[in-house]
Design a protein around this ligand. Structure first.
Ligand code: MRU
Length: 366
């Protein structure tokens, strides 16, 4: 996607050919800054501290983290350590473990002298593949958007945009490029479909601000709503469809995504609205029979009790709306049962959220 007119990805190899650059997402939407990661530990820190975030980008960063480790020391023990350290950075997004497994498959049993080159090449390939994958997800999602837009009258229904609700940030910032849930939004907007996107604020980390920043940069009409507003808008007929990303899909089609996703799916079902989940193949955890076993990240209490934002004079301030000493509970994700998901939108096409549906798209997993 473009930032200030320049095509930009979220992660790329630096000019020195060894370190890696990423966008510091903890500073968005207030400042667009980049960070240089020169060591595996810095890649791990970037994931842990959410300087990079979103399931596919977490995987891509972990892949480059292994490459950084191999550039410093290509031994077996350094590889083991990199996999262990990176693998513990965040628990829910399975793309992390997928990427680490891909890296190990390429590096194990290879001469140490070749490992750094192999690791950088594989990390670059994972990134390039993510871009192609997300563009394909966008194409399949676009077909669903066109259907929904035609159903409400299409271009004849002048002034009636397709109204899409999304939760968290499943845009290009969460991936290497394009995004998953936002990819069809970009494609629909680019082909001239009138859209109005409802952007859930997504407390406590306010990833909705990242979505709003992305949509604003691309010129897509949108409004931010508080996390509790979606149900009202759905009842009022102001939502045509919901689409979200995911951090892990179990083999039965249950979906883990940012906390609050489940409530949106319940409201969508109650209002007879489609609830789509967009994902790349590496987000499917074939080893888990259901979403009950998906690990849910418990995050710091301060993310709930403190709020950071821009002040009137342009500075940044962190304040607490709560009485001093208030305790908070902060689960980062929830699981939406497959029965509430209208369909999964993948790079291979659209399928019911079920074991059969997933196997129909990925028969090699049968
Ligand atoms: O905690 P985050 O910001 O990493 O959570 C991100 C999400 O929940 C996204 O919706 C998910 O990773 C899908 S991204 C394509």
């Amino acid at each position: 996607m473009k930032v200030d007119g320049r095509l930009t990805r979220t992660i790329w190899l630096a000019a020195d050919g060894r370190s890696v650059e990423v966008i510091d997402q903890t500073r968005l939407p207030h400042a667009f800054t980049t960070l240089r990661l020169a060591f595996m530990e810095e890649a791990a820190h970037a994931i842990r501290s959410m300087q990079v975030r979103g399931a596919p980008l977490i995987g891509a960063t972990a892949a480059y983290g292994v490459a950084l480790a191999m550039a410093a020391d290509p031994s077996d023990s350094a590889l083991d350590r990199a996999v262990a350290v990176l693998g513990e950075t965040r628990p829910t997004a399975v793309n992390l473990h997928w990427a680490l497994a891909e890296m190990q498959a390429v590096l194990r049993n290879r001469p140490q002298a070749e490992r750094a080159d192999l690791a950088y090449a594989k990390a670059a390939a994972i990134c390039d593949e993510d871009v192609v994958t997300n563009r394909a997800i966008g194409g399949h999602g676009l077909a669903l958007f066109r259907e929904a837009y035609e159903a409400k009258g299409g271009p004849k229904a002048q002034g009636r945009p397709l109204r899409v609700l999304t939760h968290c940030n499943a845009g290009w910032l969460a991936c290497v490029d394009w995004g998953t849930a936002l990819a069809p939004i970009y494609l629909a907007h680019d082909e001239g479909m009138p859209l109005e996107v409802w952007v859930d604020e997504t407390r406590p980390r306010t990833q909705g601000a990242l979505t709003a920043w992305e949509l604003k940069s691309h010129g897509v009409p949108h409004k931010v709503i508080v996390d509790n507003a979606g149900g009202l808008l759905m009842r009022q007929g102001q939502v045509d469809l919901c689409i979200v990303g995911t951090d892990r899909v179990a083999a039965n089609g249950d979906v883990a995504n940012k906390i609050g996703t489940y409530l949106k799916a319940l409201a969508a079902r109650d209002n007879g609205l489609p609830f789509y989940v967009a994902l790349p193949g590496p987000t499917i955890d074939w080893s888990l029979p259901s979403g009950d076993a998906i690990p849910i990240e418990e995050r710091a209490e301060e993310e709930v009790t403190l709020v950071t934002g821009r002040t009137a004079d342009g500075g940044l301030a962190t304040v607490s709306p709560y009485p001093a000493g208030t305790r908070a509970s902060n689960a980062g994700f929830d699981v939406t049962p497959a029965r509430l998901v209208t369909a999964l939108v993948t790079e291979r096409g659209v399928a019911p959220a079920s074991r059969e549906g997933l196997l129909g798209l990925y028969p090699e997993r049968a």
